[in-house]
Design a binder for this molecule. Structure first.
Ligand SMILES: Cc1cc2nc3c(=O)[nH]c(=O)nc-3n(C[C@H](O)[C@H](O)[C@H](O)COP(=O)(O)OP(=O)(O)OC[C@H]3O[C@@H](n4cnc5c(N)ncnc54)[C@H](O)[C@@H]3O)c2cc1C
Length: 320
């Protein structure tokens, strides 16, 4: 971690930028590849970590902009197989202004444009970008990948690390690259449940479908909350889907081999933790404080979950 500090970022180069949502989506998410060769970041990151981007210019107080973190969407061997090119999945923050504090004018509804996400998404191939990192030591695959099975739960750009993981577990480094010779596909079972508001917001959908079609060990479950389901049912969130289709997950959730990874919108873990606990499937994944023992999981408040329910070493959480 921290091979490059955000106070002294290094210059890397954008080598690819493309939209990675499906068709015409109202949200703009880009797959951006950054060449870090020749910097201390080269070859040192792992899939699941994030890296920092320092946008140019100064903030409203005249201070240099702070670093923002972006999940690495690449496998550990990078996009190139040699750990020189990493990628991320960046969503433009665009919204109507909303008051964030007492001093803000509630009548101001001009467009709010996030500084760093739009900087990253505006960058073109060949442009320099100031980067730091890598960051994060917990949201990683275990050393012995085949010793475990995996449930990956994502919302929105939270799918970024899972692109890297799935690539590393099933696809492998490009033919001819240094990393290819030592790589073997996993024998483990992996389920990815990816939630978005609309089907047009599904990210890397084609990639996951292709990997699932070629690998029986990988199951891909896209879940859409604001559209009717293919079977005519109502749209649903990730935890509703897992609960409604529990038979396909139950043996995975009861197995001591299984690791759960949750990545995406802050708060998404609340519904997931409640759903697991309500079915008594949380053993091994969650430590629930004795105070909550007599409270039905469906009644746990967000505050109680944050303070009283802790992920064990078999449950990895990255929410932002
Ligand atoms: C570990 C980690 C991994 C991450 N990975 C990713 C990733 O893979 N992809 C990704 O896209 N992002 C990711 N993020 C989020 C990313 O770091 C940035 O927070 C995000 O891109 C927004 O930054 P920004 O500079 O564009 O917005 P900023 O300019 O920093 O604006 C955001 C801030 O503006 C305020 N604000 C927000 N909305 C409004 C509004 N409507 N009106 C007024 N003020 C508002 C809020 O205070 C908010 O904190 C990650 C974050 C973490 C911590």
């Amino acid at each position: 971690m921290h091979a490059v500090l955000p106070t002294a970022p290094v210059t890397a180069k954008v080598v690819q930028s493309r939209l990675c949502t499906k068709g015409k989506s109202a949200s703009y998410v880009r797959h951006v590849c950054v060449d870090v060769s020749g910097t201390p970041l080269e070859g040192v990151w792992q899939a699941g970590q994030s890296f920092g981007v320092v946008p140019p210019g100064t903030d409203a107080n005249g201070k240099p902009h702070k670093v923002r973190l972006y999940s690495i969407a690449s496998p550990t061997y990078g996009e190139d197989g040699d750990g020189k090119v990493l990628s991320t999945t960046c969503k433009r923050l665009l919204a109507e202004r909303e008051p964030q504090g007492e001093k803000d004018d509630p009548a101001d509804h001009r467009l709010f444009v996030g500084v760093c996400s739009n900087h990253v998404c505006d960058l073109r191939e060949g442009d320099p970008v100031a980067v730091a990192g890598p960051n994060g030591k917990r949201f990683l695959l275990p050393a012995d990948r085949d010793a475990h099975d995996y449930l990956f739960l994502a919302t929105g750009t939270g799918v970024a690390p899972f692109r890297g993981f799935v690539h590393e577990l099933f696809v492998g480094p490009p033919a001819g690259s240094r990393a290819r010779a030592a790589w073997r596909p996993t024998r483990s079972t992996v389920h990815l449940v990816m939630g978005t508001p609309y089907s047009s917001d599904l990210i890397y959908d084609e990639f996951f479908r292709e990997v699932a079609a070629a690998n029986p060990g990988f199951r891909y479950h896209p879940v859409v909350s604001r559209e009717a389901r293919p079977d005519g049912g109502k749209g649903e969130y990730v935890h509703h889907y897992v609960d409604r289709t529990l038979p396909q997950f139950e043996s995975l959730l009861r197995s001591e081999r299984t690791l759960i990874y949750v990545c995406g919108l802050a708060g998404m873990q609340v519904g997931i933790f409640q759903a697991l606990a309500a079915r008594n499937l949380h053993g091994g994944f969650l430590d629930v404080h004795a105070d909550l023992a007599s409270v039905p999981a469906a009644e746990w408040t967000t505050e109680q979950v944050k303070r009283r329910v802790h992920a064990t070493r078999r449950c990895m959480l990255e929410v932002y």
